[in-house]
Write a protein that binds this ligand. Structure first.
Ligand code: NAD
Length: 424
């Protein structure tokens, strides 16, 4: 778990990006004003200022949010972010992307997201636990296994999910494992959940390369070395790939023969960082990762890192979006012009929510799937989604994979909304 500070403009533009993408899709699909208004509204916007007792006896008040975008397909799903740069607009954007993502992979959830304005790296374990338990108790009236089901995101991890589950359960008097996903396996988590987002990226990359005939001889660059970036970098190395560049919030490493991302991931999992890594690799500028001369660039850190400012300097032949919203609409336009394809976030990083769905299913049935079963089902759902997106916009076609994925997601949500109608 790592936290990062982001410039404020960055998160505000996440919502600008999400709305821009939506309206472009709405224009293409010829959506009515009614559908546009419904889908740019947010079902629930919850905001809280809550106190936490700190180790030194002082009390600090934190800002927390939970936003439900749309629940036409079922209970809502989305991560909890702990980051000093969290804003309500950022949480709204992330919730909207969750709606389309769940619809694209065809799982019966709507979209939501939550966040607390905090840098978890500066908290002690006790403070982190106190904050998590108090935030969860603030959320208790609006979350639940049939209502809204949180999961980890940037700055949160399985331990945080275990505290959330325990707090919610204590409030109800019995254990309710399905209230959050991304828990440790020993308290009702799923095998394979920790790797799921990175593994999903890896499955989709293989499929895309098979379909497009692309190569990976020039290697990979991965920005962000947390749950998403660290896992995909590790899987690439384990499958013979050369990960030439990796970075976290303050350190970037380059090794022309490939950074040992298996050892580096173990080092980070054990509490280390790229800055204190003593393995092979030279330090380079953070910007070098995004502008690396590689085959595949995987931005797996945060929003809006590729914009009009740097999109013309991207040299990769393919971008695989591990993070949510790493490209601004301006960057999309520049990369389209330059013929650099993008496998979009709402498809590419959907492995996490897909295995979260499996975790929820297992928790509700008190079943335990093997890791093999989880991975096989994950691969099946993601590849089905990939093929649907790809058949809507074949390689070389007059559209982008982001557009096709958005169209599919929006159409499916509208179908569910229209079938349900408006109450009363
Ligand atoms: P994490 O907290 O585990 O790791 C984030 C990593 O990104 C850290 O290494 C951090 O140092 C680095 N980072 C942050 N800002 C950076 C910057 N500007 N430059 C370079 N590195 C930077 O978070 P995570 O769970 O891996 O999430 C990363 C992204 O993936 C987020 O956009 C998140 O919403 C998205 N995502 C996560 C999941 C999941 O299952 N965890 C699923 C889908 C999408």
């Amino acid at each position: 778990m790592q936290a990062t500070a982001q410039p404020e403009a960055q998160q505000e533009s996440a919502l600008v990006s999400a709305l821009h993408q939506f309206h472009a899709a709405a224009d293409h699909l010829g959506l009515s004003d009614k559908h546009r208004e419904l889908l740019t509204s947010f079902k629930t916007v919850f905001q809280t200022e809550f106190p936490v007792e700190m180790d030194d006896g002082s009390t600090r008040v934190f800002d927390g949010y939970r936003v439900v975008h749309n629940n036409a397909h079922g209970p809502t799903k989305g991560g909890i972010r702990y980051n000093p740069g969290v804003t309500l607009d950022e949480v709204k954007a992330l919730a909207m992307w969750m709606t389309w993502k769940c619809a694209v992979v065809g799982i019966p959830f709507g979209g939501a997201k939550g966040g607390v304005v905090v840098d978890p790296r500066v908290l002690s374990d006790d403070e982190l636990q106190n904050l998590t338990r108090r935030y969860t108790s603030e959320l208790t009236p609006i979350i639940g296994p049939d209502r809204d089901i949180p999961a980890p995101d940037m700055g949160t991890n399985p331990q945080v999910m275990a505290w959330m589950m325990d707090t919610y359960s204590m409030g109800n008097g019995y254990t309710i494992p399905a209230v959050v996903t991304g828990k440790p396996v020993s308290v009702g988590g799923s095998e394979g959940r920790l790797d799921a987002t990175g593994r999903g990226l890896w499955y989709l990359l293989q499929e895309h390369l098979r379909e497009s005939g692309g190569g990976t001889g020039k290697g990979f660059a991965v920005q962000g070395f947390g749950n998403v970036g660290g896992v995909v970098a590790r899987l690439l190395r384990q499958s013979g790939g050369r990960v030439e560049y990796v970075s976290d919030i303050d350190t970037a490493l380059h090794h022309p023969q490939g950074v040992d991302t298996v050892a580096l991931f173990a080092h980070v999992q054990a509490g280390g960082s790229l800055a204190d890594w003593r393995g092979e690799g030279e330090r380079v500028d953070l910007a070098d990762v995004l502008e690396a001369d590689v085959d595949v660039l995987i931005p797996a850190a945060t929003e809006c890192v590729i914009s009009a400012d740097n999109a013309s300097r991207v040299r990769a032949n393919l971008i695989l979006e591990g993070a949510n919203g790493p490209l601004t609409p301006d960057a999309d336009a520049i990369l389209l012009e330059r013929g650099i394809p993008v496998i979009p976030d709402i498809l590419a990083n959907a492995g996490g929510v897909t295995v979260s769905y499996f975790e929820w299913v297992q928790a509700r049935q008190y079943l335990h799937w093997s890791e093999q079963q989880v991975n096989e089902e994950l691969q099946r759902l993601l590849l089905d989604a990939y093929r649907e997106v790809s058949s809507r916009c074949p390689i070389g076609g007059d559209c982008t994979m982001r557009e096709a994925a958005q169209w599919i997601g929006i159409e499916r949500v509208i179908e569910a909304m229209d079938l349900r109608g408006i109450f009363p």
